[in-house]
Design a protein. Sequence first.
Length: 254
Amino acid sequence: MLQEETRGYISLSQEGKGRIMKRRKKTEALPDKSPGITVIKDGPYHVCGSVPLAEMIIMKNEEGFSSEWREGKKYPLQETYSLCRCRKAKTLPFCDGMHEKIGFDGTETADNKPYCDRAERIPGPALNLTDYVDICASARFCDRAGGIWNLTRHSDNPDAKSTAITEEGNCPSGRLVIWNKKTRDAIEPDFKPSIGLIEYPDKAGKGPLGIRGRIPVESADGKVYEIRNRVTLCRCGRSENKPFCDSSHLELMK
């Protein structure tokens, strides 16, 4: 049933396909057989490389804090597909060409400076934390147990250290990264390439796309953003840091 409902909508318009093929012949940056995401100018995200797609639902504990992820609806695996970026498609999460009808302005405004050059550093006795707030997706896993910042400052306590690492591992945007103080290595989950449709069940709202597993994201003008273990891409059309999420979707949940 799902394939019948989305047939004809998961692919780009002929114009969009033409733009991808023209650019790919020039750059060969993201071959179709490797996981990759290409931002189409004022259009959708074109995904290639048979990347799994499923809902990522934020679950809360009894105290009301985000505590874990639950996988929701899984979509049939496809070699390529296109995900809506303007939020107006009638076939969400897939693109149906509505961006062309509404004149969607998807101009990318994010720069490509390395994460570590922009992040604030919070030192602790056993762990260090880096924090780049501009890419926060407001999943709020970092607020539990006094917050990851306080936990890092008390990371000589085994419980605080363990909780800080768990909270960082659940951060979908990569805003927060925990580092081993002695080795200076990042402590991050080992994600395989996948895309999650982040859902906020308590607010009946849709969040950004959670990109995991170091999937390259190529801009509309052919540059590849810094490749990271996890990032979140805007799918509400309102971010001022496109293509990345800046929590603007929260305005739609009020």
